[in-house]
Design a protein around this ligand. Structure first.
Ligand code: UDP
Ligand code: MG
Length: 324
C-alpha cells in the first residue's frame, strides 16, 4: 500500500554541532521522495542551543516538540509518535550515524513487501569495541525474550506502519524499548543492511550507567525472567535443604550424634530450607506483582490486522482492513 504521508521522528539531546548538517542531508532526501512528509524533532531537554537551531528550521514540514526536561531517547521518540500523522513513520538518530539517504530504501522495502516494521542492521558499525560486544549480548537476549529473530535491535533507523505506532501509543509504558515493543505488535518484520557512520560531532549520550538502565528497562518490560529465576532458585534451595536434612537424619540414626558435628550440619540443612522457602515466597509474590505490572502497562492483549469474511450472497471474500 502506497503511503501518502511519511513522518520522520528524531530525538535531539545536545546535538547543536550536528543539526545544520542533519537538515542539509535530510531535507533534500525527503523532498526527493515526491510525497507529503513531516519531520518531527523532539528536543529532549537540551542544555546547549539545540532548541534555538531547531526553531530556526521550524516550518510547515518541520515540527519542533520541546520537552520540559531530559526524559531519554525512547520517551522523546514517543513524544514524536504522539504528534505524527504519517502512514509510515521513520525513526532515526540526530547524530548522522544513521544516514538519512537510507530512508527511501526503507520505505520502498516496506511498501513492496507490505511489511509492518522494517529494521536495519548496521554494516561496519562505527562504535567502540565495548559497545559492539555489549550490543551483541543484548541482541541475543532480546531475540530470546521477544522470540523475534532480528540481528540488530539497537539501530534506531527504522520504519513503522501507522497501526504499529498506534498500538505502541496505546500501551502507556514509561520505560520501554521501542524496537522490542513494536515487534510485539507486528508479524511482518524485516531487516535490511544500512551503512553506519561515525558520529558527525559531539559524544555519545549513553554513559555506562545509562546503558545499563536501558538494558534493565528491556529486561523488566519484556520478560519475567528475574521473577522466575527467584522462584526456581528458591525451589532448588528448599529441595536441597530437605534432601540434606533427610540424609543427615538417616546418618544420625546409623552413626550416632557425634557424626553430624553435634547438630551443626542440621542447622545448615534447616537454613537452606528456610532460605529456599523465603525465595519461593518472594517468587510467588513476584508473580502477582508481575501480573499487576502487566495490567498497568495496558498493552492490548491482541491486535487485529484484517477481518476476512464471506458476503452473505456471493462466494466472494471481503477483507476488512483494520490497520494501515
Ligand atoms: N538522545 C535523546 N535523549 C537522551 C539521549 C540521547 O534524545 O537522553 C538522542 C540523541 O540526541 C541522538 C539519539 O538519541 O539523536 C541517540 O543518541 P546517541 O547517539 O548518543 O546514542 P548512541 O549512538 O551512542 O547509541
Ligand atoms: Mg549515536
Amino acid at each position: 500500500m502506497h503511503a501518502k504521508k511519511i513522518s520522520v521522528v528524531i530525538p535531539v539531546y545536545n546535538e547543536s554541532r550536528v543539526l545544520e548538517k542533519l537538515f542539509a542531508r535530510l531535507v533534500p532526501v525527503m523532498e526527493h521522495l515526491g510525497r507529503d512528509y513531516e519531520v518531527l524533532l523532539v528536543d529532549d531537554g537540551s542544555t546547549d542551543n539545540s532548541l534555538e537551531i531547531l526553531m530556526q528550521h521550524a516550518g510547515s514540514k518541520i515540527t519542533v516538540i520541546e520537552l520540559t526536561r531530559n526524559y531519554g531517547q525512547h520517551a522523546a521518540v514517543f513524544a514524536g509518535f504522539e504528534n505524527s500523522r504519517g502512514e509510515i513513520i521513520i525513526t532515526m538518530d540526530a547524530d548522522l550515524q544513521n544516514p538519512p539517504e537510507e530512508i527511501p530504501r526503507i520505505i520502498q522495502v516496506m511498501e513492496q513487501g507490505n511489511y509492518e516494521v522494517v529494521g536495519t542492521v548496521r554494516r561496519n558499525r562505527q562504535d567502540s569495541i565495548f559497545r559492539k560486544v555489549s550490543s551483541s549480548a543484548v541482541n541475543a537476549f532480546t531475540r530470546r525474550i521477544t522470540g523475534v529473530c532480528l540481528k540488530d535491535w539497537g539501530c534506531m533507523l527504522r520504519g513503522y506502519r501507522r497501526h504499529v505506532v498506534n498500538y505502541m501509543l496505546e500501551s502507556r509504558e514509561h520505560s520501554t524499548f521501542i524496537p522490542a515493543l513494536a515487534a510485539s505488535f507486528a508479524k511482518d518484520v524485516i531487516e535490511i543492511e544500512v551503512d553506519h557512520e561515525a558520529r558527525y560531532a559531539g559524544k555519545s549520550k549513553y554513559s555506562l550507567p545509562k546503558l545499563i538502565s536501558l538494558q534493565f528497562d528491556l529486561v523488566t518490560s519484556f520478560s519475567d525472567f528475574p521473577l522466575k529465576f527467584m522462584f526456581y532458585a528458591g525451589m532448588f534451595l528448599a529441595f536441597f535443604g530437605i534432601t540434606f536434612g533427610t540424609i543427615l537424619a538417616i546418618a544420625r540414626l546409623c552413626f550416632g550424634a557425634a557424626w553430624a558435628v553435634e547438630g551443626v550440619f542440621t542447622l545448615f540443612a534447616v537454613l537452606f530450607f528456610l532460605v529456599g522457602a523465603q525465595f519461593l515466597a518472594f517468587g510467588v509474590m513476584g508473580e502477582y506483582v508481575g501480573r499487576i505490572y502487566r495490567e498497568v502497562k495496558k498493552r492490548p492483549p491482541y491486535t487485529v490486522r484484517r477481518i476476512h469474511e464471506k458476503s452473505p450472497k456471493g462466494a466472494l471474500y471481503k477483507i476488512r482492513e483494520i490497520c494501515f
